[in-house]
Design a protein around this ligand. Structure first.
Ligand code: ATP
Length: 280
C-alpha cells in the first residue's frame, strides 16, 4: 500500500547573487520535479552529494516546507496545502529524526518531558501516565529508564539520538523521516543505532525515508534507493539494482567514490590491525 507519494515536486529558493542587497534576485531550483512513492513498512533511502537537494526533499515530504510546485499525498489524500485537523493528523503520522540530536532536543527539558511532548501537543494523555510512558519508550530504544529525569547534555551523541528516536515513536507514526540521523555518529555507534532502527521497524511496521550521503550505511538499511544530483532524482531502484547494477553515470561515480565500509568488516579490520601490530 502506498503511504506517501511526491509528484513532480519542485522547490525554488529566491536568492541574491554576489553583490549583497544590490544584486538582482534569482530563483534557484533546489529540488527539480521529484517524484517517488513510499509503501507502508518499507525503507526508501535518498542519497546524493551535499547540496543535491536531499534535505529539502525530506522537509517537503514532512510538510516542514511548502513546495513551489507539485503535490504531496499521504494515504491517498493530497496534503500539499492541508491545514487544521488534516495537517495535525499528518504531523502525527509523519515524524522526523534530525542529524544533530543536541540541537533538536530542548536542553532545558528532561528526557521524560521531551519524549512525551508530542502527545502533549496533540492533547493526548500518555497511557499509564507520563512517567511510565517515558520509561517504556526509553526501554524500547535501549536507554536506561532510570535516567528519565536527566537532561540531553547528560547523554552521549548516540544516546541523545535514541532520545530523538523515542520522541518520534511516542505518537505511533506511520512514517519516520531520518535526515542524516546517524551521520554524525562514530561508525560503531552508527551500527548500533541502525540495528535499533531496523528492530523498531520490524516491531511496529512503519516506513522510513532515510536520507544519507554515506552509501555504506544506506546499503544496510534500505530496500529501495533514490539517487539525487542537482535537485533531480537521476536513478531510483531496489538496493541491489543501485549497488550492483547502477545504470546512471552519476550513480556509478558516487559508488566509486565511497569506500564500501561495512561496520562489521571495519571492526574486524581494526581488530586484525591491532593483532597484527601486537605480533610485530
Ligand atoms: N532556505 C534556503 N534558501 C536558499 N537556498 C537553500 C535553502 N535551503 C537549501 N538551499 C540550497 O538548496 C540546495 C539543496 O540543499 P539541501 O540541504 O536540500 O541539500 P542536501 O543534499 O541535503 O545537502 P546536505 O547533505 O549538505 O544537507 C543547496 O544548494 C542549498 O544551499
Amino acid at each position: 500500500m502506498t503511504l506517501l507519494r511526491l509528484h513532480e515536486v519542485t522547490k525554488e529558493f529566491v536568492t541574491r547573487g554576489q553583490g549583497g542587497l544590490l544584486a538582482p534576485k534569482a530563483a534557484f531550483t533546489a529540488v527539480d520535479q521529484v517524484s517517488f512513492e513510499v509503501s507502508l513498512g518499507e525503507t526508501l533511502a535518498i542519497v546524493g552529494e551535499s547540496g543535491s537537494g536531499k534535505s529539502t526533499t525530506a522537509r517537503i515530504a514532512a510538510r516542514l516546507l511548502d513546495p513551489t510546485r507539485g503535490t504531496v499525498e499521504f494515504e491517498g489524500q493530497d496534503i500539499t496545502r492541508a491545514t487544521g485537523k488534516s495537517l495535525a493528523r499528518f504531523r502525527n503520522d509523519v515524524q522526523v529524526v534530525f542529524q544533530d540530536p543536541f540541537s533538536s532536543l530542548n536542553p532545558r527539558y528532561t528526557v521524560e518531558r521531551i519524549v512525551t511532548a508530542p502527545l502533549s501537543y496533540q492533547g493526548i494523555a500518555p497511557p499509564g501516565g507520563r512517567r511510565a510512558f517515558a520509561r517504556e519508550l526509553m526501554e524500547r530504544v535501549g536507554l536506561n529508564p532510570d535516567h528519565s529525569q536527566r537532561y540531553p547534555s547528560q547523554f552521549s551523541g548516540g544516546q541523545a539520538q535514541r532520545i530523538g528516536i523515542a520522541r518520534a515513536l511516542a505518537v505511533n507514526p506511520k512514517l519516520v523521516i531520518c535526515d542524516e540521523a546517524v551521520s554524525a555518529l562514530d561508525v560503531s555507534i552508527q551500527a548500533q543505532v541502525i540495528r535499533l532502527l531496523l528492530r523498531l521497524q520490524r516491531e511496529s511496521g512503519f516506513s522510513y525515508i532515510f536520507i544519507a550521503h554515506d552509501l555504506a550505511v544506506v546499503r544496510q538499511i534500505a530496500q529501495r534507493v533514490a539517487v539525487m544530483n542537482k535537485g533531480r532524482i537521476v536513478e531510483l531502484g531496489t538496493r541491489d539494482q543501485i549497488f550492483d547494477q547502477p545504470r546512471d553515470e552519476y550513480t556509478k561515480t558516487l559508488l566509486a567514490a565511497v569506500p564500501q565500509i561495512n561496520p562489521e568488516w571495519d571492526r574486524r579490520r581494526r581488530q586484525h590491525e591491532q593483532e597484527r601490530k601486537a605480533s610485530v
